[in-house]
Write a protein that binds this ligand. Structure first.
Ligand code: 2BA
Length: 109
């Protein structure tokens, strides 16, 4: 068995859970926060038999879209008195960041 961990954008999370349920995958959604943007995203834990991993990855790929996000760094007055002029920076976020890991033991009571 494998555990698929997928970090996706909040905007895609409902659609992804619906698609996973429709195709018979068990999944758990966790509210998470991106370390870089410090904004909310959603992490899915999906336990799956090895032969269905590619199918899950395809569902994630088809459902989650990459989007541009613009961030404006906080302005900062350095200790030497120099000023930092903030200007918007654009980053591309997602579709999805996915990890597939081996499950040593699975129990469901
Ligand atoms: P965030 O950490 O908020 O990152 C959002 C986007 O900002 C990233 O999109 C990437 O385009 C950019 N970014 C991240 N770190 C950067 C840096 N040091 N310098 C410049 N740009 C940077 P994605 O790569 O698609 O990542 C989306 C979310 O997936 C991340 O949100 C984070 O929550 C998760 N993630 C990405 N890589 C990860 C990793 N290696 N381990 C764990 N989670 C990861």
């Amino acid at each position: 068995m494998k555990l698929v961990i997928a970090v996706v954008q909040d905007k895609d999370s409902n659609k992804l859970s619906n698609e996973l349920v429709k195709k018979g995958f068990g999944a758990t959604k966790l509210a998470s926060t991106g370390g870089f943007l410090k904004s909310g995203n959603t992490t899915f834990l999906i336990g799956v038999e090895e032969h269905r991993v590619e199918e899950v990855l395809q569902v994630i790929k088809d459902t989650c879209k990459a989007r541009e996000k613009t961030i404006t760094p906080m302005s900062n007055m350095g200790s030497t008195g120099e000023t930092f002029v903030p200007y918007p920076v654009s980053v591309q976020v997602g579709g999805a960041t996915v990890f597939v890991i081996d499950v040593e033991h699975f129990a469901h009571f």
